[in-house]
Design a protein around this ligand. Structure first.
Ligand SMILES: Nc1ncnc2c1ncn2[C@@H]1O[C@H](COP(=O)(O)OP(=O)(O)O)[C@@H](O)[C@H]1O
Ligand SMILES: [Mg+2]
Length: 233
């Protein structure tokens, strides 16, 4: 589903961001990408949804070489990938319902589809009673649930979460992570980038460690390692 072959990424200002990354993520896997800030986690995620293309090597997603994708193919590619971030990026003047509906509207869904799909997905993430609330009326955890619902409403094959618990307290972080695990158990491939070791260590999931642009560990049974531990592993 996702394959990196000797991937290097250099930004125009010559920041060497990723080096020789080889990675294979199968359909329906759940993967944590961990490591220190600035290590390259977000850049790895950007390559998957084709917000960046590799400077060397190849990235294949859905068996397609992302560097060979035509500009007009990019929206179709992204339609199959839901993305959530640490800053929730909700539209402040739209309600929770409208924020989620918007993701359907821009893809041409009918009013009838919206009326059916939005309540369904809000129910699924536990926000049935929050449909009419505006983002500022919601807690951080609820806002992140709206973002998750917005990402899920188009039924993506892959869900990418870049520091999804970065702005949340430990208990709420756990709830959000449990929700991501539940999404994965329905069959969606989930990749979570985080530097929060507490979150990772609660789950025995495949954990990839990226430090200074290099993949320094890939542990199937999980467990967060810092760079030093990983080097000695
Ligand atoms: N758009 C960009 N332009 C230039 N340098 C960037 C850009 N995005 C990230 N970088 C650099 O690439 C490195 C990796 O960043 P990033 O992928 O955001 O790491 P992480 O998510 O692990 O914190 C850092 O040195 C960062 O400063
Ligand atoms: Mg990051």
């Amino acid at each position: 589903m996702i394959k990196f072959v000797s991937v290097g990424l250099t930004y125009p200002n010559l920041v060497n961001c990723l080096r020789n990354v080889n990675l294979h993520i199968q359909k329906q896997e759940f993967v944590f990408v961990v490591g220190p800030t600035g290590g390259g986690k977000s850049s790895l995620m950007k390559l998957i949804y084709r917000d960046a293309i590799p400077t060397s090597g190849k990235v294949f997603v859905f068996n397609k070489d992302i560097a060979k994708m035509r500009i007009r193919e990019i929206p179709f590619h992204r339609r199959r990938i839901g993305v959530i971030f640490q800053d929730f990026l909700l539209l402040p003047h739209k309600t929770a319902f409208e924020n989620i509906a918007y993701a359907l509207q821009i893809r041409g869904a009918s009013g009838r589809q919206i009326g059916q799909l939005v309540p369904e997905v809000m129910d699924w993430v536990g926000l049935t009673k929050r449909q009419k609330s505006y983002p500022h009326q919601l807690s951080g955890g609820e806002q992140q649930r709206v973002c998750i619902a917005r990402a899920l409403v188009n039924k993506p094959d892959i869900l990418l979460a870049d520091e999804p618990t970065g702005n949340l307290d430990p208990d709420t972080s756990k709830e959000i992570m449990d929700l991501l695990v539940r999404i994965n158990s329905r069959g969606t491939t989930v990749v979570v980038a985080t530097h929060d070791e507490n979150v990772v260590n609660d789950y025995r999931k495949r954990t990839i460690v990226i430090s200074q642009g290099q993949m320094i560990a890939d542990r199937t049974e999980g467990g967060y390692l810092n760079a030093e531990e990983a080097a000695n592993a």
